[in-house]
Design a binder for this molecule. Structure first.
Ligand SMILES: N[C@@H](CCC[C@H](N)C(=O)O)C(=O)O
Length: 276
């Protein structure tokens, strides 16, 4: 059977996007890992499956799988690519799109210039919601990582994030400390690990070691988590530019209980088809 797909990226965080509104396919985690492989497969950080909604008030449902085959709750860069995809494929004519994800519902708006504004929902700080094993809520959790004490913030953007402050992202231990925090027993569902350098009250630099992938060129939910963490610790203003290795996202947050708003680009790279 032939399956059509589209390769997309948001600031270099790359995706295989599959329309399961007009096509049918079952991709198990072993197949997803092979497709994600950059030598033996197509190569991507996440697979996005676009499906019909299960509720009449929503336009679509989309499912997200990491390169290791695990299904996850949310993906910021993926949400922007999803919005561009459904418009470009003419699966909808609406530029304002309501979508279900495993981490909650999102509202996306595609601007005339092609940039996408996403209402990412409100962050959650309760350790049980992240999930993180801890005695109570904090923004400075200490973690024993192989005898080293690491101080970090942690929160949920639908998916789990740890945020670690660094003096410079250029020298941050992203690929050495990142995987050890990702799989630390305190995070029963693992965690995405952001390393944040505060440049000014309106600008941070960020590198993210993503759960189930490794370091990526950009992480949308990671950018939201870093800004929320910086704002609630009094380090940042309400509007912040987040510079990731793949480019810059604009993030806004008005405070507890409010949605985080993320704005950025989404690019189509090529269309292809595979036999499954
Ligand atoms: N790249 C994403 C996040 C994808 C999911 C993440 N790796 C997880 O396991 O939660 C983004 O742009 O937010």
């Amino acid at each position: 059977m032939m399956l059509h797909f589209t390769k997309m990226h948001g600031l270099g965080n790359d995706f295989m996007v599959v329309d399961l509104v007009t096509q049918r396919a079952r991709l198990d985690s072993e197949r997803i890992r092979t497709l994600a492989d950059r030598r033996f497969g197509i190569g991507f950080d996440q697979l996005l499956l676009v499906e019909p909604p299960s509720r009449p008030d929503m336009d679509f449902r989309y499912r997200i799988f990491n390169a290791d085959g695990s299904e996850v709750e949310n993906c910021g860069n993926g949400a922007r690519c999803f919005a561009r995809f459904v418009l470009d494929q003419r699966l909808t004519a609406r530029r304002e799109i309501a979508v279900q994800t495993a981490g909650g519902n999102l509202l996306l708006k595609v601007a005339e210039d092609g940039r996408v504004r996403v209402d990412m929902g409100a962050p959650r700080f309760n350790p049980g919601d992240i999930p993180l094993t801890a005695d109570g809520e904090s923004h400075a959790y200490t973690l024993d990582v192989d005898g080293e004490t690491v101080t970090m913030d942690a929160l949920s953007m639908g998916n789990p994030h740890a945020v670690i402050d660094v003096e410079s992202v250029d020298h941050a231990p992203v690929t050495t400390l990142g995987p050890r925090v990702e799989t630390h027993p305190c995070f029963p569902r693992r965690v995405n690990v952001g390393f944040m350098e505060v440049v000014s009250r309106q600008h941070v630099r960020l590198r993210v070691f993503e759960r189930g992938v490794g370091e990526t060129l950009a992480c949308g939910t990671g950018a939201c988590a870093a800004v929320v963490s910086g704002i609630r610790r009094g380090l940042l203003d309400q509007h912040v530019d987040v510079t990731l290795p793949g480019g810059t996202l604009s993030i806004e947050w008005a405070g507890p209980g409010q949605s985080v708003i993320m704005t950025g680009p989404a690019e189509r790279v090529f269309d292809g088809r595979i036999v499954i």
